[in-house]
Structure formats: structure tokens, C-alpha cells
Ligand binder design. Sequence first.
Ligand code: HEM
Length: 453
Amino acid sequence: MNKKQIPGPTNAELLPQIGAIQSNSLEFLMGLYKTFGPISRFQAFKTPVIHLADSGAIRHVLQDNHRNYSKDTIQFNSLSIITGKGLLTNDGTNWLRQRRLAQPAFSRGRLMNLDRIVVPSTQSLLARWKQFPGNHAIDIDAEMMQLTLEIVGKALFSIDLSQNAPHLTKAVLTTLDYIVYRVKTLTLIPTALPLPRNLAFKRALRTLEEAVEQIIQERRKRGDPGEDLLGMFLQARDEEGGEGMSNRQIRDEVMTLLIAGHETVASALTWTWYLLSTHPDVEQRLFDEVFGLLKGYPPTTRDLDNLPYTAQVFTEALRLYPPAWLITRKAQAEDEILGYPIPAGAIMVISPYVIHRLETYWKNPEVFLPERFAQDPEGTSHRFTFIPFGAGPRLCIGNQFAMIEAKLILATMIQALHFNPPHQKPMVDALVTLRPRGGLHLSALWRNHAAPQ
Ligand code: HEM
């Protein structure tokens, strides 16, 4: 019997730091690695929490022995207050059925058409910004949220959310912030209690639910289910051709995809613009590549193969600021990792942020250097050390959607403008995704080359 103990801080050592841990979870996880190494352990109430910062251990949990590791964790259970049992939070055979059902909506053929949605939406955003007075600082964070929500609504559910986007993205943030608060404080206070925080959450959730309900009802009224992902859900039948998806399941999937499909991409783009604004050499090289190929014309999905540096820039931004900075799982049965015993019920914590910044795997990890991905522009060869989209069977279903969308947005925008750097380096808030504290406000520098007719 293996009696080795996983190293880690004692409760007495952790307790005085609890406030700091909650306000800077990234530093805390990085500190665990630095002090205790690639596997470390602490207690949250009675539950052992095990932090893994090793590619082999990550591969074990997310891929080789994934069946032993469920999503029954406080992270996903809290998220399911919003998304119910949608793809992100579901497990087992129910998850597999839904994943198979949704997969065709993310086929290469479908994604090739994304330019028809992404480019016009980005162009109207630029046209709106052009009306701003000179020197007006643009709230990049909020704008990217609205743009990506509009895109995911059109691409997956053929719905135009542009009018409602500011209102809906606010509701999304209120609900997600509430989830983070619950996770970080390990709060078990029932959401039903009429506390101000609970009430604000409920109002925001209601706003989102009404929007989702409207998407589904309008489609049902139309009679024709349509060819998009919502149409696929409405027409889905089980293997004997009998039961379809329940209303509740359809609602959960639409909510999941709307939320998972925009806030992540928005966060990644926000950090990309921040990094470009502070690295003018990279920004110039990106512009040269895009303008050199397109001469001011809007990009198509087909052009993306000829824009390798654009991919490298976005990939490198995902490395430094992986939006989904925390991936958790619960061990169903005892296991062994890196020679240590893992008890059943332990919570496994994997942080893409930490693994992306380890010197063991990355040279000069703190430096923004898109060229490091020159041979591999999307970082796909680093399967368990570059994990912005997770790994194994639960790999993000929207990873290619996100890559294509982001590259199209970058290639459209960079030809029109670039940004002045912010006055101060933004603080990173590790919420559901990584966000700049207080938003990111940048002033635009418009390019004055003649736009092609
Ligand atoms: C840069 C953008 C994105 C990032 C960083 C990201 C990140 C992730 C990560 C890390 C996971 C795995 C979570 C885990 O293993 O616990 C995941 C799952 C998922 N993502 Fe994304 N995502 C992005 C974009 C998207 C988009 C555009 C969509 C949909 C349009 C989407 C939908 C989903 C769904 C439905 C899942 C659950 C998949 C499953 O378990 O079968 N994501 N994402």
C-alpha cells in the first residue's frame, strides 16, 4: 500500500491567508507549485483538493482515466444554477448523447461559413466606434462581449441579439460574478434567501431565461425547425426514433452555448488587444501580414490559412491569458497520480494559467512572443501543456469556432485601427474567465489608408 503523502500547506498555514487566496487565486495556485511542486494538496472543509501542474498528470485526469473524474465539483455545480444540465456541466451517457447531437453544428463545412456572420458584425462595430469623438476610450472588454454574443446568437441560433446585447451581456456578467462569489467563498447559502446579492442574481438570470425562451418559442412558432443548432436540438430523436429532447434540456443547451460561446472568446480578444497595444512591433507585424494579403479587403475564412502570424498572436494571447483558467474534476474512485494515492472524492484542480507559465515547459514564459508558435500556429502539438480549450473527451466543442472567429475579428479590425496602450497595466481578475479588473479602456488610432470599394 502506497503511504506517500501529497505535500501541501496545513489548514493552520492556509487560514490566515484565506482573503488573499480568494482575491488572487492565480498567485495562490502558482505559489502551490513553487513551494510544493507539480502535485500538492490542501483541505477545503473536509474535502481534499489536489492541484496538478504536470503534463502527465493532466493527461491522466483529462484523458487516460477520464471516466474516473466527473464534473461533480463546486465549480460546475454552481455554474449549473445558470446552465442546468447543458453540455458543459453534464456527465456520463447524457453528456455523450448531447455532445454527439451538437457536434455536426461545429463541422468544418459549417465553420467555413462563419465569415458571413463575423465580418459584417465586426464591420458594424467599427462603424459605430467611428462615430465616437476623438480620444474617446473604448471599453474593449464590454465591446468584445457584445460582439461575440451577437456572433454566437447568429451562428448557432440564427437570432439577431445585437439590439439587446448590452443588456444581455450585463446580465451574463451579473450571473457569472455571482457564481464566482459562491465558488470562492464556498458558500452554501441557499439562492432562495432574499439577500441583495441573491435578488440581483435572480433578476439577471430571469433576463437570460426570457431571452433563451424567446429564441426557442419563436422557432417553434415558425413551424420549420431550421438548419442550425437549434433546429438540430428541436428535431433530435433518440436511437429508436422516439423521444425528443425535453424543453428543459433544450433550454439548458441554448443557455450553455450562448454563455460558453461568447464570454470566453471576448476575454481572449480583450487580452489580445491589450498585448498588441503594449507590443507595437508585434502589432506592426500583424498588420503587415494581414494588409499584405488582403489590401484592406475584409477577410474570408479561406484566407485564414494564409495568415499564420495572426493565428500565432491569438494562440500566444491564449497562452498568457487563458480565459478558462480553472478546470476541476472529482475523483470517483481511488487512484494514483505521480506515485501518490488519490482518495475517492478528492477535487482535482488544473489551471491552464499555471501550466502555460511554467519554465519546465516554456522558455521565457512571461514574455509575449507569438513566434514561439511559428511551427505550430495553433499550439496543437502541446497537447497537455497548452490547454486553453481543455483536453481529452471534454475538449471544448467550440475550439475551432473560437479560433476562426477570433482570427476573422483580428484581421478585420487590425486593418482599420490599432490602440494606444493603457495608462496602467490591468490587474487580472480570475472570475469565471480571466478579466481585466475595472475593464480595459483603450483609445483607438484609426488608419487612414483608402478603404477598397
Ligand atoms: C477562446 C475561447 C474559448 C475557450 C478558452 C474555451 C475553453 C473551454 C474549456 C477549457 C473547456 C473544457 C472545460 C473542462 O474540461 O472542464 C470548454 C468546454 C466547452 N466549451 Fe469552450 N471555450 C471557448 C470557446 C467556446 C465557444 C465559441 C463555444 C461554443 C460556441 C464553446 C462551448 C463549449 C462547450 C459547450 C463546452 C463543453 C464541452 C463538453 O464538455 O462536451 N466554447 N471550453
